[in-house]
Design a protein around this ligand. Structure first.
Ligand code: BGC
Length: 336
């Protein structure tokens, strides 16, 4: 009997022991899963909610800005919402800002527009305590808190000097410009300033592509028809160079016509590699997006920031695409 009792206690003890172990095991597991749940929900529940409003939502240039902003958003616990017109449209951009104000976001990052209705809505946001950062294009007449992007006049000036050097100071130039936004206007103005004292550089015509690749091709064709002596094209927005080169390639003229593009999107890089586009002015869209989030977080924490933060601009030629060290062509992504 005593022996049975002993066995019974042994079983009881073993059961108790295993239930204790399993209780500890499940307790720690639950604890861990709670921790990861909390972690998960804390990353879900961001500290801030910003809205990023591009000129054109599906544009590959703006998608790089979006990527930079979203990567920084993850790092700084910021929810970044990317919403804008499908195709460039000032009224829709302004409406998106109005909606952002109504939904009381913590910060608005938007391309600047030189338009009184735009300034009005930006000033309203600022008055209601929502800081606005202009990105890519400034709106200096508004009360925006800061601008982040290229110095567009300098970028245009750099384009002019590049064209002079590459064409040995002799060219009849067709300019395809995105639209009448401040950045595009400055890119043309800076270019004209750079070439004004080079007598053999002539500007045949300036036409707008409405930042569309197809319209850039149409306008290139028109210029080419009216000025058959044109020897160079300068495209001032990200898809213009692609439209211009589509025409020169179609007419078998890519060897004779010099093209200076804007931005280093992967397609532009391939055309530089191929020799259809000779050079591009490089901006830093990823950096613009990333730094706009950092700057907005600083503004909300009442830290000092500059009113104008200029990102790097540079020139890319075919020779710059080849990396001697790896003996390979660099990827487009190596450029921002
Ligand atoms: C400009 C943007 C524009 C984009 C269009 C870029 O070069 O900086 O303002 O929206 O081109 O493709």
């Amino acid at each position: 009997m005593y022996r049975y009792r002993y066995v019974f206690y042994a079983i009881l003890f073993t059961c108790f022991f295993f239930s204790l172990i399993s209780a500890i095991y499940f307790f720690t597991k639950t604890l861990h899963s709670n921790v990861s749940l909390n972690k998960h929900s804390s990353s879900k529940k961001a500290d801030y909610h910003f809205i990023l409003i591009p000129e054109e939502e599906d544009n590959p240039y703006w998608e790089l800005i979006e990527k930079g902003a979203k990567d920084a958003g993850r790092k700084f616990h910021v929810e970044v919402e990317y919403i804008g017109p499908v195709q460039t449209n000032v009224n829709e951009q302004i409406k998106a800002i109005e909606k952002a104000i109504a939904s009381k976001v913590d910060g608005i990052i938007t391309q600047g527009i030189d338009n009184p209705a735009f300034s009005k809505v930006v000033n309203q946001a600022e008055n209601e305590g929502i800081p606005v950062i202009t990105i890519d294009t400034d709106a200096p007449d508004s009360d925006r808190s800061a601008y982040i992007g290229s110095n567009n006049y300098r970028a245009g000036y750099l384009a002019g000097k590049t064209l002079i050097k590459d064409t040995k100071g002799q060219a009849v130039v067709g300019i395809i410009t995105g639209n009448h936004n401040e950045n595009e206007v400055l890119r043309v103005k800076g270019f004209k300033k750079a070439v004004e004292n080079t007598p053999k550089i002539k500007i045949a015509a300036v036409k707008s592509s409405n930042i569309s690749r197809i319209q850039a091709a149409e306008k290139t064709y028109e210029i080419y028809q009216h000025y058959p002596n044109v020897t160079a094209f300068y495209g001032t927005s990200a898809l213009d160079g692609l439209g211009i080169s589509a025409v020169t390639e179609q007419f078998g003229k890519s060897k004779d016509i010099y093209i200076l593009a804007f931005d280093t999107l992967p397609e532009t890089m391939s055309l530089i590699k191929k020799g259809s586009i000779q050079a591009a002015i490089q901006q830093q869209p990823y950096t613009m997006g990333r730094d706009s989030i950092k700057t907005m977080v600083k503004l909300l924490n009442h830290q000092n920031t500059s009113k104008s933060i200029f990102t790097k601009i540079s020139v890319i030629h075919k020779g710059d695409l080849f990396s001697e060290s790896s003996n390979k062509y660099k990827k487009a992504s190596d450029y921002d």
